[in-house]
Ligand binder design. Structure first.
Ligand code: MG
Length: 407
């Protein structure tokens, strides 16, 4: 994976949040994106979830011209240099998205910089998108130009003919589309321009990509990413937010031997050294300890149980996939990783100069903010196998919040 600290190699990613709707359908007179849920405006939740993600470079909100005051009020306490100025949208959602994309493009031209590489287009009315779902959308953009989070249709579908059920609609192959939808910037801007020229309307941005012939990769959405439309939805969102969580702490420990080679892979990055760590996979002792800590917190075995060390499939494997799998298991349980604390035990190489690169790399793999990752290092005073430079040890603690299944 690209070094998440290296702005030269990492694709530039902007989150465009569409909040220009004036719908006050749920009552109260205020447009729904400015109403409060769980004590904060809906828009504030939506902006915060993108600022939380380590791979999002900038967050921009498309608002209605006469919503500047509620916008300022909603986000005034959200300090971040990654939150850019609001962009004024149009009358319809599709126009608002296009104006948002055009503004990003124009600003880049004016500044003499390149436009964003990738854009996530999100409806402000979905304030509770889990971080792991954001991560899936972003990851899918490394393999294709468009990514769409979806959920299966579970209920049987009927057609209403004036109060009578006239038909059962086959639901095979049908999915429910959510946001954020992810795109390569240039492709989705071109698709929006084409739609504006041809004056056709679509229901979401993925439809524009489909019409433009772009492959749209499906990724798993989440019921938590519900859209708030009706008064009932506000009640449901309050309940979702208020559900009790319990805090679990897991620990992990790992050792790998040092041997011939150059450079040790630690925390997903290569640190220059005159030796290399030996193992069946890439021997990333730091990621192995963190993976086991997370699995420990959710009580789901250990890294060796899920990725058999004898399986030739994992020979030389990059260990970020082991960690990403543990993160996925947390997400499956609607859990959230609150904090990771890693200690690396070795005499050499010196870890200190690489501390922030390690934190950024681990944060990116786990879809959490960098300030939720701690990396420490210590020597063992030349005692023991680490002291003699025979190997490197790592220990980790993971703090995970899970929905409480019992009081
Ligand atoms: Mg190991």
């Amino acid at each position: 994976m690209p070094d998440p600290l290296n702005a030269e190699t990492r694709p530039k990613l902007v989150a465009l949040i569409v909040a220009a709707g004036k719908g006050a359908r749920a009552g109260g007179g205020l447009a729904k994106q400015y109403r409060s849920v769980a004590g904060l405006p809906v828009l504030r939740h939506s902006v915060a979830l993108f600022l939380e993600h380590a791979q999002v470079d900038q967050v921009r909100v498309v608002i209605a011209e006469d919503h500047r005051a509620p916008y300022e009020a909603a986000l005034s306490e959200l300090m971040s240099d990654r939150l850019g100025a609001p962009i004024i949208g149009g009358l319809e959602r599709q126009e608002s998205v296009r104006l948002g994309l055009e503004a990003l493009d124009l600003e880049a031209v004016a500044a003499g910089t390149a436009p964003p590489d990738l854009v996530l287009i999100h409806d402000a009315a979905r304030p509770f998108v889990p971080q792991h779902m954001l991560g899936r959308v972003i990851a899918a953009l490394t393999i294709g130009p468009a990514a769409l989070p979806v959920l299966p249709v579970i209920d049987t579908l009927k057609r209403d003919a004036g109060g009578l059920s006239s038909e059962t609609v086959p639901r095979a192959g049908l999915m429910r589309a959510q946001t954020p939808q992810g795109f390569r910037f240039a492709e989705i801007l071109a698709a929006h321009r084409h739609a504006a020229e041809q004056a056709f309307t679509v229901t979401d941005d993925a439809e524009l990509a489909e019409r433009a012939g772009l492959p749209v990769t499906l990724v798993a959405g989440s019921e938590d990413a519900m859209k708030i439309t009706t008064e009932d939805d506000f009640d449901r969102a309050e309940r979702l937010f208020a559900r009790p969580l319990e805090t679990r702490v897991g620990t992990g420990f790992d050792v790998h031997r040092l041997g011939p080679g150059t450079g040790v892979i630690l925390g997903g990055i290569t640190i220059p050294h005159d030796q290399a760590l030996q193992g069946h996979s890439d021997a990333d002792v730091a990621l192995h300890a963190i993976t086991d800590a997370i699995l420990g917190a959710i009580g789901d075995g250990d890294i060796g149980a899920h990725f058999l060390p004898t399986d030739p499939k994992w020979k030389g494997a990059s260990s970020d996939r082991f960690l990403a799998d543990a993160v996925r298991r947390v997400g499956e349980r609607s859990g959230v990783i609150r904090h990771l604390d890693l200690t690396i035990l070795c005499e050499r190489p010196k870890i200190g100069p690489h501390r922030d690169a390690l934190r950024a790399s681990i944060a990116a793999i786990c879809d959490i903010a960098m300030d939720r990752v701690s990396v420490k290092a210590t020597t063992t005073e030349r005692l023991g196998f680490t002291g003699r430079g025979e190997g490197i040890a790592a220990q980790a603690a993971a703090t995970v919040a899970l929905p409480a299944d019992r009081p």
